[in-house]
Design a protein around this ligand. Structure first.
Ligand SMILES: Cc1cc2nc3c(=O)[nH]c(=O)nc-3n(C[C@H](O)[C@H](O)[C@H](O)COP(=O)(O)OP(=O)(O)OC[C@H]3O[C@@H](n4cnc5c(N)ncnc54)[C@H](O)[C@@H]3O)c2cc1C
Length: 382
């Protein structure tokens, strides 16, 4: 297994780190307070190639290997968890197109997705279909030249500024998951209506939308895979996406860790820095151990994916561990800050809220455990 990051990619990770800490960090607090969209930074992200990280070079992308990509997402999340999830979801859609679109659509769409004005989104969840996407009710009816999609999608990240949506919809009538197909929809049509979901606890700079489809047209060639492949495509995309969310978690955790360490050295009580107290040291030690373990699990899953080995189990383990760990880390970061950590002038307060969603989206922790147990019980060789 290739376990290295090339020198070129190390430079890229460093560049993203510097950019994110200088440019995104101050904006992230503004997006959180005003609940405005981090998409205002999209042009710059496109310019740096960050919206085409997982697009092949032939289609104008950076063809960034999965391991380096995971480290880039961590650096983005350190400064802005909202930007990290925007890039992660868009990259997940790029991968789904790369793997499942017909060759001509693949060629054209990947070029498009690497070009400004073409943010993408993943519209699988519905109000009554979350952990169980096979309960999706959105319908796809065949019409001359394509399909017409009717129904509602919920919780769509990148859902307001996004143009290209992969949409899970029911194209058959058997009433099973084999009816589900995946469509690539251009949302620039009157039959598509989007509304923002406001009042999120965290990642408030990330757009989340509900979407109504009233006979939205998808041309025949924009079916991904074959009719009935929809659930398979959604789950395959989520395997890769989970590596992204685990990386988002480590970025948030590292940011909380750095703040906790700095504060522990600076804050004095009982005539000494609180870092002298063993209780504080243990919180720092446990957090560092969990961050290191999370990164190693992410690296393993990323390398398996890159080398086209099965990685479903490893991605679920990385996501489960890193996202549960980050919630413990941000809890400790607030605890180390005492009362100062409880007000929104302090960044750890925002990180505490931003971390929370990571155990929920792209499969809750309970669903990750289900996936891991299923793979272990299947006895998949390792
Ligand atoms: C901010 C945000 C952004 C999102 N972005 C997207 C997006 O871009 N695209 C998209 O398609 N979706 C998105 N989602 C949806 C997200 O993936 C779902 O919220 C998630 O899968 C959980 O579904 P649910 O909310 O319906 O909860 P439910 O499925 O109703 O689960 C409720 C509880 O029951 C538990 N549970 C459910 N089934 C089982 C089981 N079999 N065993 C044990 N426990 C179980 C869950 O773990 C959870 O604790 C987003 C969600 C949020 C909050």
């Amino acid at each position: 297994m290739n376990t290295t990051i090339s020198d070129d990619h190390r430079v890229l990770i460093e560049t993203v780190r510097n950019y994110a800490r200088k440019e995104l960090l101050p904006l992230d607090a503004k997006w959180d307070k005003a609940e405005t969209s981090c998409c205002e930074q999209l042009d710059q992200l496109y310019e740096m190639g960050l919206m085409a990280l997982r697009v092949p070079e032939e289609q104008g992308g950076l063809a960034c290997p999965m391991l380096a990509y995971a480290h880039i997402l961590r650096e983005l999340a350190y400064a802005s968890p909202s930007v990290a999830v925007m890039v992660s979801v868009h990259s997940m859609v790029c991968e789904a197109i790369k793997m499942f679109a017909a060759p001509a659509v693949r060629e054209e769409t990947l070029h498009t997705l690497a070009t400004p004005g073409n943010l993408s989104a993943f519209a699988v969840s519905e109000a009554d279909a979350g952990s169980d996407p096979s309960a999706a009710k959105t319908r796809a009816a065949p019409v001359p030249g394509g399909w017409k999609l009717t129904g509602s999608k919920f919780w769509v990240s990148n859902g307001m500024a996004g143009r290209w949506f992969v949409v899970l919809a029911r194209s058959g009538t058997r009433g099973t998951h084999k009816d589900l197909s995946m469509f690539l929809l251009d949302a620039c049509q009157d039959t598509v209506e989007r509304r923002p979901i406001h009042g999120k606890m965290g990642i408030r700079g990330s757009e989340t939308a509900e979407m109504s489809l009233d006979g939205a047209f998808v041309p025949t060639e924009n079916l991904l895979g074959r009719p009935g492949d929809g659930l398979k495509i959604a789950l395959s995309a989520l395997d890769g996406g989970r590596i992204g969310i685990a990386s988002q978690a480590v970025g948030i955790g590292q940011a909380a860790m750095d703040l906790m360490v700095a504060y522990a050295k600076e804050r004095r009580q009982f005539n000494r820095p609180i870092a002298d107290f063993q209780a504080i040291q243990w919180m720092i030690a446990d957090s560092q151990a969990e961050l290191d373990a999370s990164q190693l699990l992410i690296d393993r899953a990323a390398m398996l994916k890159e080398e086209r080995h099965p990685f479903t189990r490893e991605a679920a383990i990385a996501k489960l561990f890193a996202t549960e760990a980050v919630n413990r880390i941000v809890y400790r970061a607030v605890q180390v800050h005492g009362g100062s950590g409880y007000v929104n002038e302090c960044r750890v307060e925002q990180l505490y809220r931003d971390a929370r969603v990571t155990t929920i989206y792209e499969g809750t922790s309970e669903i990750q455990r289900h996936v891991i147990a299923r793979e272990v019980l299947k006895g998949s060789p390792r």
